[in-house]
Ligand binder design. Structure first.
Ligand code: PLP
Ligand code: SF4
Length: 378
């Protein structure tokens, strides 16, 4: 057994552990344990500095999880976009491929609580179905391995999946969505990176939420991936009490860049049953974005996105930089709130050509009406 597998076995993972190690009331511990899996491995546990700190909140169950009974279990309507059990196909050219239900830690804020940790819902037997689906859909040029956490699979299983996808000519890029570099960096071994390297172009998106997670071990794991030629991005979730503070986020994104990780998304926490207590007002995210852009390297700035409830995909939000318009003058502000006017280019009035006419006719025949390009305004 490899070190990381032994570490997983030594995880805090039961109601009994909550009672014995953290003094939880037995009845509460049992109810929490039934609601959603508990797993905190010794490495991540060692990052906790005091009860209720930003690390603790992400991994130790909380009574509040039990209070949120009337919220959706599948807020992003992933199941409705799932043509076969292992695939979520929401965007035209890319799919999520759910490869395993296992995670190296069960995050209390997980949006996929209904599936994660439940091997009847995400399962090895669905893998071939997923590969067949991708093979049968030439429009899919980007496959994102997700789960659960695909790096909880053995190197052997993971290679079978990646090799299966690489054999499909229309698959251009493969991405791995994994929390491993943050929660169990020991899993990133020379053997793993040597294997991954064979299947380029490969991308990794990892998931750090707080600067305390940027340890020497995590740095080593991210550097090993980068040294294997894999660009590493980060998808953070904005959470009350964890990172809902511009200074904390600034420290996080700067540290990530020193670990050769490029901040990619900052997600507004989803409306998920058992995770609602993490949500923050949208204004908090916008304020953080306002205090990042211009104040540090542009490379450090993620997109702030809301995953639209009901499954509309990710929608980016920006603080207001355009303050208004005066004729052809656009009035804007910079990161220091200094005001500037920019003389826009006057567009010549368009006379529709037959080509344009034809495009509009096609658009109109769609069931859902797309906006018309000629109505677009600044
Ligand atoms: C997030 C997501 C993707 C990937 O989106 P990008 O913006 O390309 O990173 C693909 N499919 C689903 C269902 C997703 O939720
Ligand atoms: S690692 Fe990802 S999928 Fe697993 S529990 Fe955490 S957020 Fe959910």
């Amino acid at each position: 057994m490899e070190l990381w597998q032994e570490m997983l076995r030594e995880s805090v993972d039961s109601g009994k552990d909550l009672v014995e190690r953290f003094g939880f009331d037995k009845d509460l511990a049992d109810r929490l344990n039934k609601l959603f899996h508990i797993r905190v491995n010794p490495y991540y546990l060692s990052l906790i500095r005091y009860p209720g700190d930003p690390i603790w909140l992400q991994c130790i169950p909380d009574e509040k999880e039990l209070e949120e009974d009337d919220l959706p279990e599948d807020p992003l309507a992933e199941d409705a976009h799932s043509p076969v059990p292992s695939i979520v196909h929401r965007y035209p050219d890319r799919v999520l491929f759910l490869t395993t239900s296992q995670c190296s830690m069960y995050c209390r804020f997980c949006t996929r609580k209904r599936k994660v940790g439940d091997s009847t819902k995400i399962n090895m037997k669905y893998i071939q179905g997923g590969i067949d689906y991708v093979a049968a859909h030439p429009e899919v040029r980007d496959v994102i391995l997700s789960g659960g956490d695909p790096l909880t699979l053995t190197d052997f299983m993971l290679e079978r999946i990646i090799a299966g996808l690489r054999a499909i000519p229309h698959v251009e890029i493969i991405r791995l969505g994994t929390k491993i570099p943050c929660v169990l960096p020991q899993r990133v071994t020379p053997k793993l990176t040597k294997m991954l390297k064979k299947y380029h172009p490969l991308y990794v998106n990892t998931h750090f939420n707080h600067p305390w997670e940027c340890t020497p071990e995590a740095k080593r794991a991210c550097e090993m991936l980068a040294d294997a030629g894999i660009p590493v991005g980060n998808q953070a979730v904005l959470m009350k009490g964890v990172n809902d503070d511009p200074d904390v986020m600034l420290e996080l994104v700067r540290k990530l860049l020193t670990m050769r990780v490029r901040p990619y998304y900052l997600y507004q926490a989803d409306i998920t049953k058992g995770a609602n207590h993490f949500r923050t007002p949208v204004s908090v995210g916008l304020d953080i974005m306002d205090k990042l852009r211009g104040h540090t390297s542009g490379l450090a700035i993620p997109y702030f996105v809301i995953d639209a409830p009901g499954g509309g995909g990710k929608i980016p939000l920006l603080p207001q930089y355009v303050l208004g318009r005066n004729g052809n003058q656009i009035i804007m502000r910079n990161y220091k709130y200094d005001i500037f006017t920019y003389p826009d280019v006057e567009e010549e009035p368009k006379t529709p050509t037959p080509m344009v006419e034809k495009r509009f006719t096609r658009k109109k025949s769609r069931t859902k009406k797309a906006y018309e390009p000629d109505k677009m305004q600044v």
